[in-house]
Design a protein around this ligand. Structure first.
Ligand code: ATP
Ligand code: MG
Length: 158
């Protein structure tokens, strides 16, 4: 567990602080054989894309991070000297909202992406491609509380 069972996030500033904590935890974790995969579930507008924006900012990625709902996948280069050190070279942001099965990930080069331990992969709507996901993933569940308040829960299994 990196974040603990459940965290209430009251603002985007707090969400960014959560991204710092998350990346610190990832950096301390033992390296995976393949990519580090973070599955983000939760309703429309619950803050999944907002969290990836925070992660990208904390990693020093200066590209504008936008939702990959239409393009399905975006790949960003992580600058050297980020908080995760040299562990990761690419941040990959996938939005599976429009996909209907894991088979549809082949066009995204998904198998190669998850085989590469230098990748950290954030997936929105992971349940849609459940059959293509690796066994070990980090699950984050986002929910809307009210106003600017969101809840982020970390679960062990998918
Ligand atoms: N504490 C907070 N955490 C996350 N987002 C917040 C928070 N407060 C306000 N917001 C706002 O809520 C919206 C969350 O939208 P976001 O695009 O991240 O949702 P999403 O989970 O990716 O939805 P979708 O499934 O449609 O892609 C953003 O406009 C964001 O700025
Ligand atoms: Mg989104």
């Amino acid at each position: 567990m990196i974040l603990g069972n459940s965290t209430e996030v009251k603002s985007l500033v707090e969400l960014r602080a959560l991204a710092v904590k998350f990346l610190d935890g990832i950096a301390k974790n033992e390296a995976n054989k393949g990519a580090t995969v973070v599955c983000m579930s939760g309703d429309l507008g619950a803050g999944k894309t907002a969290f990836v924006k925070c992660v990208a900012s904390v990693l020093g990625i200066t590209d504008v991070v936008t939702s990959p709902t239409f393009v399905l996948e975006k790949i960003y280069t992580i600058p050297a000297g980020s908080v995760v050190g040299t562990r990761f070279s690419k941040l990959i942001h996938i939005d599976a909202y429009r996909l209907r099965s894991g088979k549809e990930t082949s066009a995204l080069g998904f198998d190669e992406i998850i085989a590469d331990k230098n990748n950290i992969v954030f997936i929105e709507w992971p349940e849609n491609i459940h059959d293509a996901l690796p066994k070990e993933v980090i699950n984050l569940s986002f929910s809307y509380v009210d106003g600017n308040v969101r809840r982020v829960e970390e679960r062990i299994s998918r």
